[in-house]
Design a binder for this molecule. Structure first.
Ligand code: GLY
Length: 399
């Protein structure tokens, strides 16, 4: 009897500890989410003030206190309006909604853009997010037209979407980032659009598994094809440290991309690929304790290399979704890592002070170090995936 009482007491204490941990992390995350949305809603008033109506925010140079803006053809033009829609969904602040609608107004013409593969980023993250929170079919129509435009870049000979046009250095480049643009295509087919778009998305994802990954499950940034004979000319980097390095954002685009493809298809091959990428990232000796990666896992100046907050934010968002499709220790590791990242990004090590950082939420991202562009700078997509992660955590793990 005594044995049973001791056993029961032990179980009770363990359950309390387990529950206590869960309750405390939930409380902590709830407070962190509230604080970040309140901060972001105020901070984005500065970003709005720094951004003329005809352009989009892009970055900020602290040394010269200069805001950098872009036209709507820049691949990042959808992130600012997309973040505004997430902020509106949380705050229900009509001023944020008006600003979001105004920015969609200047972006809409890009639904016909066919100059590169980035239309998913540009139109799905903006109009797709707007539709999610409004059910306004006018936004869905924009996304549907964009899928048609993006599909013109599909090259049947190589079973891939061509990322960038031919140049002196690259013949027919396909980059790992392209996985992200498949969301637009698949979503449109699943929402009454032509089924050919999701066929393209699936085919592209399969080709990428075959050709873009190394034996250690890291990905190469660019696969350059010869369209005439459907042979690979070379595998190189564009934004990474070297052709053989693991450029951090590329790894996180892949992680997000295959998790998202599993959401649409339930094909275990995509879930498996996402888990393999997660394993590469999470077990990498160069992943710092706060889980916000250096700009490249093989950067030669680690531990003094710049961090990339955008990779951290993308990874957090992807891991939260991967946590939805896994269980046990795996799920726990994914969610715990996302929590660690979100806590780090919310700290003063990464989150700006109100009114500083040009109005951006996060500091310390890297656009392209080899091009000396946006190094240790704020970026719209770091903010976007940070706010998306907080939204996902609230919607999926606080209910
Ligand atoms: N090419 C998109 C990126 O810099 O991640």
């Amino acid at each position: 009897m005594k044995k049973y009482i001791v056993g029961f007491a032990l179980l009770f204490v363990m359950a309390q500890i387990g529950y206590g941990q869960t309750a405390s992390i939930k409380n902590k995350m709830e407070a962190l989410i509230q604080d970040n949305f309140a901060f972001a809603a105020k901070q984005y008033q500065y970003l709005k003030a720094n951004t003329p109506d005809s352009v989009m925010p892009r970055s900020y140079v602290s040394a010269t206190n200069t805001s950098v803006t872009s036209d709507t053809k820049w691949w990042c033009s959808g992130f600012y309006p997309g973040t505004l829609w997430y902020l509106y969904a949380y705050t229900k602040d009509e001023n944020i909604r008006k600003e979001a609608e105004k920015r969609l107004g200047i972006l809409e013409k890009e639904k016909y853009y066919t100059g590169n593969h980035d239309l998913g980023f540009m139109i799905y993250c903006s109009f797709g997010t707007a539709y999610k929170y409004t059910n306004n079919t006018a936004y869905k129509d924009v996304v549907t037209i964009a899928a048609k435009s993006l599909s013109t870049r599909y090259r049947p000979a190589i079973k891939s979407i061509q990322s960038w046009n031919s140049s002196a250095r690259l013949s027919c480049p396909v980059i790992i980032d392209n996985m992200m643009n498949l969301e637009l295509l698949h979503w449109v087919s699943d929402h009454g659009g032509d089924p050919v778009y999701k066929e393209i998305a699936v085919t592209h994802a399969n080709t990428t598994i075959e050709n873009q990954f190394r034996p250690d499950n890291s990905s190469v940034h660019v696969v350059d094809w010869d369209l005439a004979n459907a042979k690979i000319l070379k595998k190189v980097t564009w934004q990474g440290a070297s052709d053989s390095s693991a450029w951090s954002r590329g790894q996180t685009w892949g992680l997000y991309g295959y998790t998202m493809m599993y959401r649409f298809t339930k094909n275990p091959a995509y879930l498996n690929q996402a888990k393999k990428i997660a394993k590469f990232i999470l077990s990498h000796p160069n992943l710092p304790a706060d889980k916000v990666p250096y700009w490249d896992f093989d950067a030669t100046t680690i531990p003094n290399a710049p961090r990339d907050a955008s990779s951290g934010a993308i990874m957090a968002s992807a891991l939260l979704e991967l946590g939805q499709y896994t269980s046990g220790a795996e799920k726990k590791e994914y969610i715990k890592t996302a929590e660690t990242i979100l806590m780090a990004l919310s700290s003063e090590a990464y989150r700006a002070k109100l009114g500083e950082n040009g109005g951006f939420i996060l500091m310390h991202s890297v656009g392209s170090l080899p091009h000396k562009s946006e190094v240790d700078a704020p970026l719209t997509y770091a903010d976007y995936y940070f706010i998306e992660s907080l939204t996902r955590y609230k919607d999926w793990y606080l209910k």
